[in-house]
Design a protein around this ligand. Structure first.
Ligand SMILES: [Zn+2]
Length: 271
């Protein structure tokens, strides 16, 4: 048997991540949503319905730590939520300044926005992010170099493997996957690209647990890409707990934050 790439010879890694988008998932590339009360309220729901505290409670009950990728504007507008996430011991990382498409931004403009988002999160929580997940579209050809130049440890925007991998510039990629994205299964927001996708929770459970079986068998890195405005709804929370209960039946699973995964991968690659 080949030695595991995970600490303590664990069979596989589970990296629970959440993208704190709220209203910016709609507004990032469409500022007029600020004047569309119903659309806007579907993002506001994230805060008003206390979706993040609900998720933090479940993570506490299971003794698990997660990574929250946060839109910079959300850190500016909701510093108390950022503090709460940190008080519960979770990692904060960058998810755009305004959940905007960066693919066509000039390099220095993009750098400025990434740094502003990191500063906003650090200002709100006291924690300086080392990770990034690009929001709102494609990466630019500069994104991954900007992150390396600015001292980020990892990026979680790419989909290029089932295990982390390291770029020539030193950045670690912690891959994320659409089939583990609750938006792609359950987000139904008429008037947006996310419409008519409400699946049965049974289907979600089947997709996520079937995927886990495979990641476990092959010793890979199972990374969720959940959103508090979806998985933090009452039914979503039931599904999230079912998923955790399912995974916890398996021995030798290493639950890790994305930062811990990235640091492990640097060890595996030999520094
Ligand atoms: Zn997002």
């Amino acid at each position: 048997m080949v030695d595991s790439v995970w600490p303590d010879n664990n069979q596989c890694c589970v990296c629970l991540t959440f993208d704190v988008d709220a209203e910016w998932v709609f507004m990032g590339n469409k500022p007029q949503v600020a004047r569309m009360p119903r659309m806007f309220s579907q993002g506001e729901y994230e805060w008003r319905a206390n979706t993040i505290p609900r998720i933090l409670d479940i993570l506490d009950e299971h003794g698990l730590k997660a990574t929250f990728f946060v839109v910079g504007m959300n850190a500016i507008n909701h510093p108390e939520v950022m503090k709460l996430i940190r008080e519960h011991g979770h990692e904060l990382a960058v998810h755009g300044l305004r959940h905007e498409d960066v693919s066509n931004l000039p390099k220095e403009e993009e750098r400025g926005r990434i740094l502003e988002a990191r500063k906003a999160i650090e200002g709100a929580s006291g924690f300086k992010p080392v990770g990034n997940r690009t929001a709102g579209g494609e990466l630019s050809l500069n994104t991954l170099n900007i992150l390396a130049e600015e001292g980020f440890l990892y990026d979680s925007s790419l989909r290029g493997s089932d295990l982390p991998y390291r770029l020539e510039n030193g950045l670690v990629i912690v891959p994320s996957y659409y089939e583990m994205d609750d938006f792609h299964l359950f987000a139904d927001y008429p008037g947006t690209a996310y419409h008519a996708r409400i699946m049965s929770p049974e289907t979600g459970f089947e997709i996520w647990t079937n995927a886990f079986d495979g990641y476990y068998k092959y010793g890979l890195c199972y990374t969720t890409m959940f959103h508090p405005q979806i998985i933090g709804k009452p039914g979503g929370l039931m599904l999230f707990e079912r998923l955790l209960n399912y995974i916890e039946r398996f021995p030798r699973v290493w639950f890790a934050t994305a930062e811990e995964v990235a640091r492990r991968w640097i060890e595996v690659c030999g520094g």
